[in-house]
Design a protein around this ligand. Structure first.
Ligand SMILES: NC(=O)c1ccc[n+]([C@@H]2O[C@H](COP(=O)([O-])OP(=O)(O)OC[C@H]3O[C@@H](n4cnc5c(N)ncnc54)[C@H](O)[C@@H]3O)[C@@H](O)[C@H]2O)c1
Length: 458
C-alpha cells in the first residue's frame, strides 16, 4: 500500500518520550500534522523551557513551530509519564543512545524509558503502539518488547513495537521532518505498520515497510555509507596533496556521474556530531559480535581521525612550530548551522594544537559560550576579532558566513599570512589576492604553473 492508497487518517493522541533534537522535532512536527502531542522529558528544566516556547538549541524554524503548536493547544510538555500516557495511542521513543568506549551504543535510556512505560501501562486496558525512533542496535525492538512484557500481562498484552528510524539533519531538521527522502517503518505486524504510516499522512515521501530488525539496520547502513563517502574523498584529497593536484575539479568531475553524486563528497577535517561517529562504531561492534570483521568501516574511522592530525601537521609545518603561536580558529561546532559540539572534529584539532603549545582564539557563529568548552579557548566576538594578533587562521567548521568575510580585512588584522581551510569553503584566490598563503584539504599550498580548472554547465 502506498501513501496515495491510504485512507485519510484522523488526528491521533501521541506521546513523545525524550524532547531533545529528534523528540522535539517529532513532537512539534506531529502536532502540526494535526495530532495531539505530549512531550515527556526526564529533565524538568527542559520541560519548563519548552513549555514557555523556548528551544534551548539552535534549529532553524523549531522555536517558531513549537510556539505555534503550544499556542494552538496541540502540544504540551511534562515530566510525568502518567499525564502523558493518559490518552496516548502512540508513543515515540526519542531518547539518546550515546556511544560507549567499546563502540556499542549505550541503550540504558531506551531500557529506562521502556521500563517507565511498562510500569505506567501495566494496568491499562487499551495499549498504545510503541515506536522506537532512537538509533538503536539491531534487536532493540525485541528488547523493548521483552521489557514491556515483564510489566504487561497476557490479558492486556501490549500492542507491539515499531521501529521508525530518524534521518533528520541538525540545522535543517524541521525541513527534513516535512520533506523526508523516505519514511522507514519496521514492524512485525502489518496493522501496526499501517497505523504508524498513517500518522505521517500529509507528508509526501516514499514509505519503506520492513520487519523490525531491517528498519533498525537501514539507519546504520545509511550513516555508515555517508561516513564511508567522507573518508573516501578525504583519502583521495590526501593523495591529491601528495601529487600536487587540486582535489576540487577531480571530485566534481567524478561526482557528475549520477551513480556517484556530489553529496557528502567534499574533503575536510572529517565527520563528527552525535550520529555518524557513534553509528559507524556501533555497526563495527555489531559486525564483531556477529563474527564479521568490518574492515572497510574500521578504515573509515581511522581515516576520519587521521584528518584531524593532518590539519595540525599542516599548521605545524607552515608555522615551523606550534609552541607559543597564536592560532585563530573559525568554527567550533561539528558542522555549520548547528551549535552541537558532540564529537566535533574542530574541538579535537583545537586540543591537539593546544597540546603543542598553541594559543587559540576562536569564533563560532552559534551560541557556543566559554561554559560549553572544556578547554581554555579564548572566544572572540566575531571572525575579525578572532584573527587579531594571530600567526595563522584555521577554518574548522563550514559556516557559510565565513565565505563572506573580506580577506583584505582579515590579513590587515592578522600578523601571520597562513590560512588553513579545513573545510574547503574559501576561495584560494580571495586569500592569495591580498597576500595570504592558502592551503586546504587536498588543495596544496603551492599551486603554481597548474592549469586552472573550471566546470561549466551546458
Ligand atoms: N540529533 C540528530 O541529528 C539525530 C538524527 C537522527 C537520529 N538521532 C538519534 O535519535 C536519538 C535521540 O537523539 P537526540 O539528538 O534527540 O538526543 P538528545 O540527547 O538531544 O535528547 C534526548 C532526550 O531524551 C531525554 N531522556 C533520556 N532518557 C529519558 C527517559 N527515560 N525519559 C524521558 N526522557 C528521557 C533526555 O533528557 C534528552 O532531553 C538518538 O538515538 C540519536 O542517535 C539523532
Amino acid at each position: 500500500m502506498n501513501r496515495e492508497e491510504m485512507q485519510a487518517c484522523p488526528p491521533s493522541s501521541i506521546a513523545v518520550v525524550g524532547c531533545g533534537h529528534v523528540g522535539l522535532v517529532t513532537a512539534a512536527g506531529m502536532a502540526s500534522l494535526g495530532h495531539q502531542v505530549v512531550g515527556i522529558d526526564k529533565n524538568p528544566d527542559l520541560v519548563q523551557q519548552l513549555s514557555r516556547g523556548s528551544v534551548p538549541f539552535l534549529e532553524r524554524g523549531l522555536p517558531e513551530l513549537t510556539s505555534q503548536m503550544l499556542a494552538e493547544g496541540r502540544l504540551t510538555f511534562t515530566t510525568s509519564y502518567t499525564d502523558a500516557l493518559r490518552e496516548a495511542k502512540f508513543v515515540f521513543l526519542c531518547v539518546n543512545t550515546p556511544p560507549t568506549a567499546t563502540g556499542a551504543p549505550d541503550i540504558r535510556y531506551v531500557r529506562m524509558a521502556a521500563a517507565a512505560l511498562g510500569e505506567e501501562l501495566a494496568t491499562r486496558g487499551r495499549q498504545p503502539i510503541i515506536i522506537n525512533k532512537s538509533t538503536s542496535p539491531i534487536g532493540t525492538g525485541e528488547r523493548i518488547d521483552a521489557i514491556l512484557s515483564t510489566f504487561i500481562t497476557q490479558d492486556n498484552g501490549h500492542s507491539g513495537i515499531v521501529a521508525n528510524p530518524e534521518f533528520l539533519r541538525e540545522g535543517s531538521a524541521v525541513y527534513d521532518f516535512f520533506h523526508p527522502d523516505r519514511i522507514v517503518i519496521g514492524a512485525d505486524s502489518e496493522v501496526n505498520a499501517q497505523a504508524v504510516a498513517q500518522l505521517y499522512e500529509g507528508i509526501d515521501a516514499p514509505l519503506v515497510m520492513t520487519d523490525l530488525r531491517s528498519a533498525e539496520m537501514i539507519k546504520y547502513v545509511s550513516n555508515a555509507y555517508l561516513a564511508t563517502r567522507v573518508s573516501f574523498v578525504n583519502e583521495i584529497a590526501r593523495l591529491c596533496e601528495a601529487l600536487n593536484l587540486d582535489v576540487d575539479p577531480i571530485v566534481t568531475g567524478a561526482g557528475m556521474d549520477p551513480r556517484i553524486g556530489q553529496h557528502f563528497f567534499k574533503p575536510g577535517i572529517g565527520y563528527g556530531g552525535s550520529c555518524l561517529p557513534k553509528d559507524v562504531a556501533a555497526l563495527c561492534y555489531t559486525g564483531d559480535s556477529a563474527g564479521i570483521s568490518m574492515r572497510l568501516l574500521s578504515s573509515v574511522q581511522e581515516i576520519n581521525l587521521g584528518q584531524r592530525r593532518h590539519a595540525v601537521q599542516c599548521l605545524r609545518q607552515a608555522l615551523g612550530t606550534l609552541e607559543g603561536r597564536t592560532i585563530a580558529v573559525w568554527g567550533i561546532t561539528f558542522k555549520g548551522g548547528s551549535e552541537d559540539l558532540r564529537e566535533s572534529p574542530a574541538l579535537d584539532v583545537i586540543r591537539l594544537l593546544q597540546n603543542e603549545g598553541a594559543r587559540i582564539q576562536a569564533y563560532d557563529p552559534s551560541q557556543v559560550t566559554d561554559g560549553d568548552l572544556e578547554d581554555a579557548v579564548l572566544l572572540s566576538e566575531d571572525a575579525i576579532d578572532a584573527v587579531k594578533g594571530a600567526d595563522a587562521l584555521a577554518v574548522l567548521t563550514d559556516w557559510p558566513e565565513f565565505t563572506q568575510v573580506d580577506f583584505a580585512e582579515v590579513l590587515a588584522s592578522m600578523p601571520g599570512r597562513y590560512v588553513y581551510d579545513g573545510r574547503n569553503i574559501l576561495k584560494r584566490e580571495h586569500v592569495e589576492a591580498v597576500g595570504g598563503i592558502y592551503q586546504g584539504m587536498g588543495r596544496p599550498i603551492t599551486h603554481e604553473g597548474q592549469f586552472h580548472a573550471s566546470v561549466s554547465q551546458p
